[in-house]
Design a protein around this ligand. Sequence first.
Ligand SMILES: Cc1cc2nc3c(=O)[nH]c(=O)nc-3n(C[C@H](O)[C@H](O)[C@H](O)COP(=O)(O)OP(=O)(O)OC[C@H]3O[C@@H](n4cnc5c(N)ncnc54)[C@H](O)[C@@H]3O)c2cc1C
Length: 448
Amino acid sequence: MDHAVVFGAGLAGLLSARVLADGFTRVTVVERDRLTGGPRRGVPQGRHAHALLPRGRQIIDELFPGVVAELVAAGAVPYRPLEQARMVLGGQRMCRAETPERGLALTRPFLEDHVRRRLLALPNVTLLDGWDAVAPVVRDGAVTAARIARAPHDHRVLDAALVVDAMGRAGRAATWLAEAGPGRPPVEEVEVNVGYGTCSLELPDDALGGDLLLLVGATPANPRGMALFRVEGERWILSAGGMCGDHPPTDPAGFLDFVATVVPAAMTDVMPALRAAPPPGRILPARFPKAVRRRYDRLRAPLPGLIAAGDSTCSVDPLYGQGMSAAALQAVALRDTLARGRHDLERRYFRAARRATEPVWQLALTADLAFPGVPGAPPLLSRLAGRYVARVQRAATRDPSCALAFARVVGLMNPPSALMRPAVMRAAARHGSPTVRKDRNRRRLTDS
Ligand SMILES: Cc1cc2nc3c(=O)[nH]c(=O)nc-3n(C[C@H](O)[C@H](O)[C@H](O)COP(=O)(O)OP(=O)(O)OC[C@H]3O[C@@H](n4cnc5c(N)ncnc54)[C@H](O)[C@@H]3O)c2cc1C
């Protein structure tokens, strides 16, 4: 019975299983796809740009020591956000600054394959791929087993003291809770109506003048964003997307025209490099209608033996690239909860997981609700935070310490409260006012 079953072998499932392997005698991961390596049906978003933020990279390396070095040796591209990446956020280009930590640019299946291989090297972890998670079995108000199926008449029941729903956005823990008695958790949703397009490109190594990554965030003035970065296999991946229904076309020429409306005019090297590359064969589309957070932490009485992780609990707008790191933060929350024993594990875990991902949800919420096309009024606190963040972003175009503070928050290395440190506030006050910049520009124009 000291057996934990994880439904779903996406990143949240793999990281949860890693942590559970330290606390349970046996862990079984059940995955619907056959896992033969490479892109797969159950993770369609895996074909799109998936950079790993510094905090996600750090946690994954902590859980699987040396895995980042293995990934880099196999071709993944480490980058220092403000030294080797061009970051344009909130319409402002962050200035260069020394960045102690690194992100990792790679494709999603490549990351998952490496992490999975390391997980399955643990002696007490088993993977059942090609099996569908049906439901936990509940007896006397607690989970006692997990039912899985390979075909309509090929069912198995695995004894289980704990079942983890890590089935991504299709997660069903909320339904199972409703069926078992505790009821559905409250749900928060933000309709962002994001559409994505992605292609792989052959570009020269110095296509970005030596930089490894270009990231342009969407803004209310231009609800389009893009990411271009080098990945393993000497390729570049280009994703572009738009909020509120402003989606890229899927024909290669139209897609590049869309990208041209995102790349800042001052970056004169980017579009010529993209247009000179052999044309992409196909533009893969993706849709992301809404961000969803299920508040399992608010359940009056969680079901003993059932928890959830990753996108099945908190799935944010992909334009911010935080989802995998959020799953990693939840895995740490699970590890720390387990370290304090199993008593009331579900409630303690849900609360810790919510706290761990609160900055992710709040950062995305503040940014999303600033778009007039996104339904919902931002709460006063979000509006004030949004205004202050805009100041910090403007200051980050010229003040390296401010740029670093901001990059560390969006890289999830520091909580948003780090932006309230006196040095950042001083820089935001000195350099962040839009009027000061306008006046300076006017003066510059008059002088010339
Ligand atoms: C277009 C796009 C771009 C993104 N870019 C980034 C990025 O740059 N950086 C970043 O950090 N995040 C990014 N994300 C978010 C990221 O993909 C998710 O947050 C992350 O995949 C969550 O991992 P997960 O394990 O919770 O879910 P998933 O990765 O979706 O995994 C769920 C797993 O459950 C399995 N499953 C489902 N149903 C069953 C069942 N019944 N039985 C058994 N198995 C089942 C699936 O096959 C799959 O393996 C992006 C998302 C999108 C949509």
